[in-house]
Design a protein around this ligand. Sequence first.
Ligand code: M6R
Length: 606
Amino acid sequence: MCGIVGILGTQPVAGNLVDALKRLEYRGYDSAGVSTVENGVLGRCRARGKLRNLQSRLEEMPLKGHAGIGHTRWATHGAPTETNAHPHMTDKVAVVHNGIIENFKSLRERLEKAGAHFETETDTEVIVHLISQALEAGAAPETAVQSALKELEGAFAIAIIFGGHDDLMIGARRGSPLAIGYGDREMYLGSDAIALAPFTDRVCYLEDGDCVTLTRTSVAIKDENGHPVDRKISQSQASAMLVDKGNHRHFMAKEIHEQPEVISHTLAHYVDLSRNRVEIPDFNIDFATLPRITISACGTAYYAGLVAKYWFERYARLPVEIDVASEMRYREAPMQPGGLALFISQSGETADTLATLRYCREQKQHIASVVNVRESTIARESDAILPTLAGPEIGVASTKAFTCQLTVLACLAIRAGCERGHISSDQEMELVGQLLEIPRHISRILHDEKLFEKIAHDLAHSRDVLYLGRGSSYPIALEGALKLKEISYIHAEGYAAGELKHGPIALIDEDVPVVVVAPRDELFDKTVSNMEEVAARGGQILLITDDGEAADSFSTASNFILPKAHSFTNPLLFAVPVQLLAYHTAVFMGTDVDQPRNLAKSVTVE
Ligand code: M6R
């Protein structure tokens, strides 16, 4: 998943391309590059690593063209070197690409036999040579692109400019998102509306299979069959402001601290505050007759879904099937028509989640999605959108989006419980009241942040860390382990506490810290038994609980004592300490907290 942008402008565009790429850097930051066409001649500037490297290069060797394309890369095929950085080009054409060309090997062999000289290890370069060959054979740019597109297999979005054409840009999408921005005698292409927000708020999302030919004053879209089509232009809500870190050192810290506020905003959207009742806007599912819910998502969003499984099953007696989207999309799971398929995604662009959504649509499921980016592909392809009001999440490690997803899912579970007759009116008021307390409780945890800093210093010296939890704390243990490994690069695993003795206990010795997520609920004593098993083997325990007395009686553990809340809302609360532990460990280790190695914020390839 990479970020692509294109501008047909009235001034030199390199600076604006870089500005747009800054807004797309969440999609990848292995390398970046821009290419412009000036008096018919293509020029290019690329740099390995973050965008600031490209910016310095451009200061040394400016590009002056008024038409150009840009790219920020998350490497799939080929190492993250400057040579493999996009745009890829010949003297006839320059291409930026997001996605994967699955049949690139066979295409490359064929093109090489025909005399094409490849410079990179990327799959993208085949597109360049396919188009160049067609141009050499005398095809017009649009025809050359159309013939290349017919050869490509896989998911992609591309933007192309041409030598000899200062007023022409072509874009195409299959699987990966691409939007057109309409300016004043200027035209734009971008992976999302956020990239285009500084230039225009008039945006049109291309449909799968579309190919668009742009000049500064014209837009011609053809669908997958080559038929001219009109696509709706909408007013984008994406903000032109580049979100900043405020007084925080990292976006992740800012986003952790925003949680009380954004959870309140999210609750205000789903709760009638005058009556403490859940009201889900624009959601017409009848939970009373629903046989089951299928939930699918990836990474942290999947763990939010796993918490929801505990909630739906316990509080609404509603069976839940849940799987990571990368598995579910290929499982060919049989589904009873008319069921509810629920997808969870911060970005709304995750390729596996989107593919599973499409599979579930084929299986005649009603599609609902919990998304943070309302203009995303997943949102647009859903029958019902359940927005999280987390605001832009920039840090690659998801924090506030996760707790907002939990907030929405908790409201949904309450509504399901009410409609199915398992939550009475009084219980609904009680549970909603408990949810409304969460922002205050989280503020208290954040107030004690220094405690986490201290423990994180010890954690930073570990090679492996285990996280344990039971019931709805089990997904929080998984989330804690994911957070730690993705930003600190320390190996961490989350386990259901009861599973410990079935294998993982063999890992325990005095060098392996075990973080135990254990609110004082009906499963607490069971988890304490598992802690005893760890202690007996010399393991160091870090107990996160809400019962100070119980924690004190367990003398060998370091403890974090959280405010006492309802067992229903505990996952929201216990998510915060595991975020803080991971954050401070990573800061102590000096890793790139907001843009950890090898990762990207939005995973638009499978
Ligand atoms: O945008 P999505 O919520 O669909 O993203 C899903 C995962 O890629 C994401 O949660 C990932 O696991 C995060 N880096 C975790 O912090």
